[in-house]
Design a protein around this ligand. Structure first.
Ligand code: LMR
Length: 394
């Protein structure tokens, strides 16, 4: 079975870790995979998380199985975080805990295919590289839609709406809830409304990937587009993650939320979902979800987490502004001011793969081959070096 294998292509994001480890320069900077670093360049465990872990250690009395749906308290607080106090949405939705946001996307893919057979998914161009991989292995037909123009640094909203007019009932539309990965460019509320109207008209199903809630403008602000959509369309699927906003990356803490027409429909939908989880991984891992449930359900811990989240968000936004200023000061030929208006961890520099390679080999600045940079990896200590390097190659 293994003798005639060809060399497998490397993952465009994960493979950077080895290149970074091999780089022996003292100046090297890792702006590859999406991990938030604090002002000292470390990816810390949040204080609220440490406290919840301590509580868990002291009080957990059993490691017995829970269920394929995971922790019920976690599932409830997740829906409340997504939909706020909207009773209608809370009443016609359900959440199941999943192994990370990727696990949520994969079981969403399997679930939708199970219910309706061969399916097309409209995918933004550009998007997170793993989106294409997940929906390809799950057997979908991928239809890319224009989303963002790398040269101008702007959303291509009109072109997007034109491509999406081709959607029909049975199709899935993949959207990023906020802090679009890799561009950092999101629709405004008026544009979300237009997307919602088109979904209602065509009957296509929105699948929202929400991995960066709270990293853009705030917890409620970042959920506005998703909430607007959910209150307009009859059905919707949301894949969300606590990897970034709780810095729980390796614990794999995600959720799949289904919104149906009414409570009866949602109960039926849940029963069909459970076998999908059961045949993929049986049950999601407990530790991270127990921490999130404890923090979101305990007012003091929740306040502490929200402060830590706003520290992360503000630092990212400060780094965006600093980078724009430093790039201009160091004679960058490109006007990078668009970076300041975008949100979340990522931004596209609009440079060629050759320039990305030069950044790595000549300046020891490691970014993804598409020109995506992790703004959350910039610090006061490395930003000058990074700005000089980008100005030199662009
Ligand atoms: C990223 O885009 O860097 C993150 O979402 C991490 C990952 O799994 O790719």
């Amino acid at each position: 079975m293994f003798t005639n294998l060809s060399v497998a292509p490397a993952d465009p994001i994960l493979s950077l870790a080895q290149l970074f480890a091999n780089d022996k320069s003292a100046d090297k900077v890792d702006l590859g995979i999406g991990i938030y670093k604090d002002h000292t360049g470390k990816a810390p465990v949040l204080k609220a998380v440490k406290k919840a872990e301590q509580w868990l250690l002291e009080t957990q009395a059993t490691k017995a199985y829970i269920s394929s749906a995971g922790n019920p308290d976690y599932n409830l607080v997740t829906r409340e975080l997504l939909f706020g106090a909207n009773k209608d949405l809370l009443g016609r939705s359900l959440t199941v805990q999943t192994p990370g946001g990727t696990g949520a996307l994969r079981i969403a893919a399997d679930y939708i295919r199970k219910l309706q057979g061969k399916t097309r998914i409209f995918i933004p161009d550009p998007t997170w590289t793993n989106h294409k991989a997940i929906f390809t292995v799950a057997g979908y037909e991928l239809v890319p839609y224009s989303y963002y123009d790398v040269a101008s640094g702007e959303l291509t909203f009109d072109a997007m709406m034109t491509s999406l007019k081709g959607m029909k009932e049975g199709d899935v539309l993949l959207l990023h809830g906020c802090c679009h990965n890799p561009s950092g460019a999101d629709p405004d509320l008026e544009q979300w409304q237009q997307i919602a109207d088109l979904l209602v008209k065509t009957g296509a199903l929105p699948l929202v990937d929400l991995a960066y809630l709270g990293f853009g403008n705030g917890l409620n602000e970042d959920a506005e587009g998703l909430r607007l959509l959910a209150s307009c369309v009859p059905e919707m699927v949301i894949a969300s993650s606590y990897s970034k906003n709780f810095a729980l990356y390796r614990e794999r803490v995600g959720a799949l939320t289904l919104v149906a027409r009414d409570t009866d429909n949602v109960t039926l939908a849940r029963a069909h979902m459970m076998p999908v989880a059961r045949t993929n991984y049986s049950m999601p891992p407990d530790h991270g979800a127990a921490i999130v449930a404890k923090i979101l359900g305990t007012p003091d811990l929740r306040r502490e987490w929200e402060v830590e989240l706003s520290t992360m968000r503000n630092r990212i936004n400060t780094m965006r502004s600093r980078l724009v200023t430093l790039l201009a000061e160091h004679g960058s030929k490109r006007d990078y001011s668009y970076l300041e208006n975008q949100r979340g961890m990522f931004a596209l520099l609009g440079i060629s793969p050759e320039a990305v390679e030069k950044l790595r080999s000549e300046h020891h600045v490691h970014i993804i081959g598409s020109g995506r940079v992790n703004i959350a990896g910039l610090t006061e200590d490395n930003i000058l070096h990074v700005a000089r390097a980008i100005a030199a190659i662009s």
